[in-house]
Ligand binder design. Sequence first.
Ligand code: FES
Length: 318
Amino acid sequence: MTQIAVKVLRKQQEALDITSFELGKPDGSALPGFSAGSHVDVQVPGGVTRQYSLCNDAAERHRYRIAVLRDPASRGGSVAMHDRLKEGDTLLISEPRNHFPLVHASRTLLFAGGIGVTPLLAMAQRLSSIQADFTLHYCTRSAERTAFRDEIAASAFAGHVKYHFDDGPPSQKLHLERAFGPPQADTHLYVCGPTGFIDWVVQSAKKLGWADANVHVEYFGATPQDTAGDKAFTVKIASSGATYEVPAGQSVVQALQPHGIEILTSCEQGVCGTCITRVLEGECDHRDLYFTDAEKARHDQFTPCCSRAKTAVLVLDL
Ligand code: FES
């Protein structure tokens, strides 16, 4: 995967516990283009790799902007970004990739939960620039935890944004049925935020009769996995016929590495797709957020950084 060295051009507090970082080429040259909904992998100080959505106007080529929520419960990425990364520092990122693209629609509804606003902000900018019909519902715990309020207020799309604060009066709370309106084939819904928020929006849309194809989801980071029932299984390497056991508590990538079989990884959370490996036989226990349900159902590829097996043996095209 192509890596890009970027410099932190600007670091700015956007709300309580939320900091944005503007990244640009050290020599000021143009960055690769991106579309609204894209993210980059960032090599965070300390060695971990994390995905962050780009939250600036996709027409810009001089900068990428990301925003990071300080989450002490996370596995270290967000705290290092807040505490260690300074203006002028350089870091490595991937080229932007988009697993959450806007599709053409007569009407677009964007649902942001907290820091999940980042890809949706780029979408709002794009939809505003093409004068599309859209609304951004922006839910946060409180006004002080709401990033980009001043920027939105000053933007051309300020009138398209509705805020919903957990600590605000009931009248301003998000009422999904009213926000959705009746299901329409040419209306598309996009949701990003914590897993519980996403599930609430997606399940409500389902119950109200929205087609899966009209509901688009970007998980913010990995979903929590219940690993309590994990069992050992065997992977067979098709090229050599060798078999290796993958114990509970170890990923396929980790189990193969001591045997000299290196699978390239990046996020190690089933988000980026770097580790995708073809599966020739067996049924996968998919734990990733990368593949669509239809792709998962084929059981012909999986993400060995986190996914496991439902059958006793998985034959891998390695
Ligand atoms: Fe990112 Fe496996 S390393 S999906």
